[in-house]
Write a protein that binds this ligand. Structure first.
Ligand code: ZN
Length: 388
């Protein structure tokens, strides 16, 4: 409320002489007349009595929109939006735009504000139209494009996202290659849902070329290769992804297992994974090796490997798996003890979110390509378990 009062008192201050030195006397007198009417004080009274709606009605009627009061209206409107009172913000900005006397630059500013009000209210269609109008007017183009990009992502209109990102990239010091690569991936996902494999393939190649660091198109191409039964190509693509970003290894591990299993070549995967063992490695690596040993050499060897590994780099997930392996032993007492331990470990694990955004710290249980919190693309990755 303090902020609101301040904004509304500014014109009074200005008009009643505090700033009068900068204005012509005639103009100041005219302003004073208008702003010291009984209606103005009625408005202030409403405001002081915590009745902002009535106050706004009075002020909006009172403040004839001209070049002198537009700033006040804009400040009021953006204040309401920031406070989450979007309907009031919309009313103020609509009222501004309805005035035919408005200068073009001021009209553009009001359109931008109204567009942001609509976005805040979830009225994305309306917001989109306003930002497009601004683009057409060639005013506030950068802001309009930035907001359009948010709108299109919200609507999952990836084609428009791509077009907008390209336009925006030409205006700012950022190629937006990360975002554009993900937009191509999203389009590829759509194509795959429609069983349009050739189109998906082209889009993924585009995604990979736009952002050479991106692992997502490689993993998607690997999926497509697997579906066509081409496990060798799939393996090659997934290894390329891991080369680009070693943190991504746990995400491709299940698919790698499947490919090597289909090729009856699990020992080769074991060799590949050995390089990644060690401190800081994701426990998924040790667990995959355990699974491979269990399948190729038997459970006793697998148990021995995991015991040794957990001795060196203990993790909750690894311990849980070790309990599982030991629970299959015949000793009933050991089994009961292990099972009771397992419950605690499971509870501890369930409480720990596995993924986190590197940009804003948002935590999640599954991998989101776009952070739901800060909207960054590719910023969420698996948290490595701290050593206990
Ligand atoms: Zn984030």
């Amino acid at each position: 409320m303090q902020e609101l009062l301040w904004i509304l008192l500014l014109p009074v201050a200005a008009a009643s002489g505090w700033w009068a030195a900068k204005r012509s006397m005639a103009r100041a007198c005219e302003e004073t007349d208008r702003l010291t009417t009984p209606a103005y004080f009625r408005g202030l009274n409403y405001l002081l009595n915590e009745e902002p709606d009535k106050a706004i009605d009075v002020f909006v009627q009172l403040l004839e929109v001209d070049s002198e009061t537009v700033e006040t209206h804009l400040a009021l409107g953006s204040l309401f939006r920031r406070r989450g009172e979007v309907e009031r913000a919309i009313r103020i900005h609509q009222n501004l735009i309805a005035r035919p006397a408005l200068a073009q630059e001021q009209r553009a500013q009001a359109l931008l504000e109204l567009g942001m009000d609509y976005m805040r209210a979830g009225l994305y269609d309306r917001a989109e139209n306003l930002f497009l109008e601004l683009k057409e007017m060639k005013l506030h183009v950068r802001k309009a494009l930035e907001n359009l990009l948010i709108v299109y992502q919200q609507e999952k209109d990836w084609q428009s996202c791509l077009k907008t990102a390209e336009e925006l990239a030409s205006l700012i010091d950022d190629s937006l290659s990360l975002e554009r690569s993900h937009f191509y991936c999203e389009l590829a996902e759509e194509a795959l849902r429609k069983r349009q494999k050739d189109a998906a393939d082209k889009l993924l190649k585009k995604a990979a070329s736009v952002d050479i660091h991106s692992v997502r198109p490689l993993h998607m191409q690997a999926h497509m290769a697997m579906e066509q039964g081409d496990c060798k190509s799939a393996i090659h693509l997934m290894k390329q992804a891991v080369k680009k970003d070693a943190y991504y290894l746990p995400e491709v591990l299940p698919d790698l297992m499947e490919c090597y299993r289909r090729l009856s070549d699990l020992p080769a995967l074991n060799n590949y994974l050995q390089e990644f063992l060690g401190s800081g490695a994701d426990v998924a690596v040790a667990l995959s090796i355990t699974e491979i040993i269990s399948e190729t050499k038997g459970e006793s060897d697998a148990r021995a490997f995991l015991s040794k590994e957990m001795h060196l780099h203990p993790t909750l997930k690894g311990l849980l798996h070790l309990i599982d392996l030991n629970a299959s032993l015949p000793d009933i007492q050991a089994e009961q003890m292990l099972l009771s331990m397992k419950i605690h470990v499971e509870r501890l694990l369930a409480e720990r979110p596995a993924y986190q955004c590197r940009k804003c710290g948002f935590v999640a249980n599954t991998l989101h390509w776009q952070c739901p919190s800060c909207r960054s693309w590719g910023s969420i990755r698996r948290k490595s378990e701290p050593e206990e």
